[in-house]
Design a protein around this ligand. Sequence first.
Ligand code: SF4
Length: 109
Amino acid sequence: MSESRNSRRTFLVRAATAAVAIPLGIRLIDRPAFAQDLPKLPLDNPQAKALNYVESTEGLTHPNFKPGSDCANCQFWTGGDAEWGPCTLFPGHHVAAKGWCSAWARKAG
Ligand code: SF4
């Protein structure tokens, strides 16, 4: 095989590899953080039920509920300004920023 054929073959292999790898790399870079892919906490989750979790405090009459409290201002919320985000009490799920449960505790600061 001549040197020019080898160069051509090397070029084609590299081009084919790039054609596959570049879109895959872009997809991985574009992909939101893994934490953002978490499913919403199901209301029938046993721990959610045990802690009386709700996705909205609207109309909530739980005796421990204090008006103005919700997941977004709870010390266990780590979702920042997101509408849904992680709660350290419910790993593997997202809870609603406007949600609430009986484990609510005011965020420090
Ligand atoms: S512990 Fe706090 S952030 Fe987590 S579900 Fe209960 S109220 Fe929401």
